[in-house]
Design a protein around this ligand. Structure first.
Ligand SMILES: [Zn+2]
Length: 466
């Protein structure tokens, strides 16, 4: 069996086939990237409320596009299972929000994992990469690398991609190649072998960080050099264009990138029409659900009550989603169900609004950011354990999104009643108390849902229930 890494052109081919099935339609693209790639936009469903689902905001997070495409396939092939959902909603898919970053990353991967390489062999390479990436996060290894002349500031996961630079980009995408050449020529402090982690677009701008409220912008304008914090990436300077996290090009001044604009426009238009129900933004690693609205920047005037409503809705939806996710299956040595024990963690910490998605979460209805894979190491780490981690991530998230959309109407109603209840509560500013109340309501909901499912099963197979 060939490996399951989807490079840019292969992803395009599969999307074409999905389109030909006739269930999911491709509509006018959300626009083009600066270097001419289409930001493709697909829709399915006849409902009056719209759900937007994106993959590959970060180009190197390739499992997200893989997942969104699998979700689209699932709907195309098993349409009857989605019938109710598609009656209630119109689902928008943007499987590759950042096509340039996805192209750059996957061209680099293909040098190590050609299209025809068998799955088992590819999996070994991904596992090796995963281990090196993890080692890069340990103090001891970081220290050793600093002392080692041959690594010259490179990380092990970068060393594995040695020799792979912008020259691998074919003439067809010359404009992207030229742009990367310009970046590497201008900024010699960039680690040379980092194309495989190209989260940014072809201009070297990270579209998630490309947000005017990002506090790093003023630091960069004051000529500060900011390096990534994590040991694995602390040789990457984010104050100029590069693979990860750079919010804008200081030389050109702040500009909203085409990709950021594309998703902002879609959400804004749907919201203005009163149709936007939720935005589900897939990222790659950790097995987390981010949902808490960040602290509202002073420039945005939003009533605190609005934020409370969003806090409740986002958390309830995150609970519904995470309820179906798991990283492991089977029973452990103490007799516990690993599925139950390995649910994705819902993040509840308070944070400042720094990213484009933070602003979407403040401005628009339900917004979940899901870190898909329990296994780290972008881009190929999540492909290092196909039978276990990869399969669990894909399968459980498919179940999670289906269940969430199926129960969306009920959970919205429950969220609204919860809001009415909490709004009268004198301690409503206390987030952890608000969460506690929701936990109780949600657990009760799940209990009733289970009872109902048992009763329904009995109706269907009544001969066994008597
Ligand atoms: Zn990401």
């Amino acid at each position: 069996m060939k490996n399951n890494i989807l490079d840019y052109e292969l992803a395009e081919e599969i999307l074409q086939k999905i389109k030909e099935k006739g269930i999911i339609k491709e509509i006018e693209s959300l626009g083009k990237t600066e270097h001419g790639l289409l930001i493709r936009h697909y829709v399915v469903g006849t409902g009056n409320e719209d759900i937007v689902i994106t993959g590959a905001t970060h180009g190197s997070e390739i499992i997200t596009t893989d997942f969104v495409i699998r979700l689209m396939k699932n709907i195309s092939i098993k349409k009857e299972q989605w019938e109710d959902i598609l009656k209630n909603f119109k689902i928008h898919f943007i499987p590759i929000l950042n096509p340039e970053g996805y192209l750059i990353t996957t061209l680099a991967i293909r040098k190590l994992i050609p299209k025809d390489m068998p799955q088992v062999e590819a999996e070994k390479i991904c596992k090796r990469y995963y281990n090196l990436y993890k080692q890069d996060d340990t103090e001891e290894i970081a220290q050793q690398l600093e002392e080692h002349e041959e690594f010259k500031g490179l990380k092990r996961h970068q060393e594995m991609f040695k020799g792979i630079d912008y020259n691998i980009i074919p003439d067809k995408y010359k404009s992207i190649r030229d742009s990367l050449k310009e970046i590497f020529d201008k900024y010699p402090d960039l680690p040379r072998w980092c194309l495989h982690t190209w989260s940014a677009n072809g201009n070297g701008i990270d579209i998630q960080a490309n947000c005017k409220y990002n506090p790093k912008i003023s630091q960069i304008l004051q000529n500060e050099s900011i390096f990534m914090n994590s040991l694995r990436h602390n040789n990457i300077n984010i104050s100029h264009p590069g693979p990860i996290n750079c919010p804008f090009d200081k030389e050109k001044g702040f500009k909203t990138e085409n990709e950021t604009e594309a998703i902002s426009n879609l959400l804004e238009t749907l919201n203005k029409q009163g149709k936007l129900f939720a935005y589900i933004n897939y990222h790659s690693t950790g097995g987390f659900v981010f949902q808490r609205p960040p602290i509202v920047p002073d420039e945005l005037s939003i009533f605190q009550d609005e934020i409370l409503k969003k806090e409740i809705k986002n958390n309830m939806f995150a609970k519904l989603y995470s309820n179906k996710t798991y990283k492991n299956i089977g029973i452990d040595e103490n007799g516990n169900d690993k599925k139950q024990m390995s649910r994705y963690i819902i993040k509840t910490q308070s944070s400042n609004a720094t990213s484009s998605n933070d602003i979407f979460r403040i401005m628009y209805p339900i917004d979940l950011l899901i870190e898909l894979s329990g296994m780290g190491g972008n881009p190929i780490g999540p492909y290092g354990d196909i039978k276990g981690n990869y399969t669990n991530a894909i399968k459980s998230n498919l179940e999670a999104i289906k269940d969430t959309l199926k129960l969306a109407g009920i959970i919205k109603m429950i969220s609204e009643s919860t809001y009415k209840f909490i709004d009268k509560f004198k301690d409503k500013e206390n987030y952890s108390k608000v969460i506690e109340i929701q936990d109780m309501i949600f657990d009760e909901f799940i209990k009733r849902k289970k009872q109902l499912e048992i009763n329904l099963d009995c109706d269907e197979e009544s001969q066994y229930c008597r």
